[in-house]
Design a protein around this ligand. Structure first.
Ligand code: HXC
Length: 259
């Protein structure tokens, strides 16, 4: 357990709150805390969707450089799987996720945002993968998830130069989905996922998984993943409720209970 990451649950939405002032530098403790918070958010029935948030001033300025500075190759062989595990925990969370990005989202911080389904940024936010300026490369999925999100040319522009992008450029290249004044970031992020509270949780989970797993493979394998997940939903109460409600009452009136 750590105090550096909290899962706060309100009205069906879990907020994974990074809390390590001044910059939310992601040390090993916060990385492990993120994994625990994701596990709890995945397991809890009262969490339908998740907002990742670093507070009003900063999302996260990256992995803790002071902790990594003296690490050797063999230290990093052990540590580097944790670096990928904490963003994987977020990416694999079987519920919709959105990053509420204020201030800086750099390096590992940007990679946390990349592991979410969507990103809302403050109009003065700065995002980037500045690892190259430290003589390293992104290690928490940045080279892979950024390229899949914005394409290889833009990803190479950001990763090879280490330059920061402002919110408007981030919106233009598809790195973020919404830009709002800083004071509205968290509420806007919440409002993006509020619609999933009380929704058909298994279908939402299957839809996210089909898209994410499908993007990791070839089309035929992706279609097979879709086919299996599609058929599997016919074993759920949600499918029975959704279709019966349509037949009896028309579209959009179903009340889902889950499972
Ligand atoms: C450790 C950090 C830090 C970091 C900031 N600090 N970022 N400590 N790790 N990533 C510390 C500073 O040392 C300083 O501590 C305090 O936070 C405030 O930072 P300042 O630099 O004084 O603030 P400012 O001038 O406003 O600049 C903010 C900043 C800059 C632009 C965010 O701090 C910066 O460039 N940080 C590093 C960003 C970065 O390179 N991130 C990638 C990390 S590598 P003191 O004690 O002096 O007050 C990475 C690898 C990913 O993420 C691998 C997988 C996770």
């Amino acid at each position: 357990m750590t105090d550096l990451v909290r899962l706060e649950v309100e009205d069906g939405i879990g907020t994974i709150r990074l809390d390590r002032p001044p910059m939310n530098a992601l040390n090993a403790e916060i990385q492990r805390g993120l994994i625990d918070a994701c596990r709890e958010a995945a397991e809890r029935d009262d969490v339908a969707a998740v907002v990742a948030h670093g507070g009003e001033k900063v999302f996260a300025a990256g992995a803790d450089i002071k902790e990594m500075e003296t690490m050797s190759y063999t230290d990093m062989v052990d540590h580097s799987s944790l670096l990928q595990d904490f963003t994987r925990a977020l990416a694999r969370l079987p519920k919709p996720t959105v990053a509420a990005v204020t201030g800086y989202a750099l390096g590992g911080g940007c990679e946390v945002a990349l592991a979410c389904d969507w990103r809302v940024a403050a109009d003065d936010a700065k995002l980037g993968q500045p690892e190259i300026l430290l003589g390293i490369i992104p290690g928490a999925g940045g080279t892979q998830r950024l390229a899949r999100l914005v394409g290889p040319a833009k990803a190479k522009d950001l990763v090879l130069s280490g330059r920061f992008v402002g919110a408007d450029e981030a919106l233009a290249i598809g790195l973020v989905d919404r830009v709002v004044p800083a004071a509205e970031v968290y509420d806007t992020a919440r409002s993006l996922v509020e619609r999933y509270v009380g929704g058909p949780a298994y279908a939402i989970r299957a839809a996210k998984e089909a898209i994410d797993r499908g993007l990791e493979t070839d089309l035929e394998t992706g279609l097979e993943i879709e086919r299996m997940l599609f058929a599997g939903l016919f074993a759920t109460k949600d499918q029975k409720t959704g279709m019966r409600s349509f037949v009896e009452n028309g579209p959009g009136k179903a009340t889902f209970e889950g499972a």
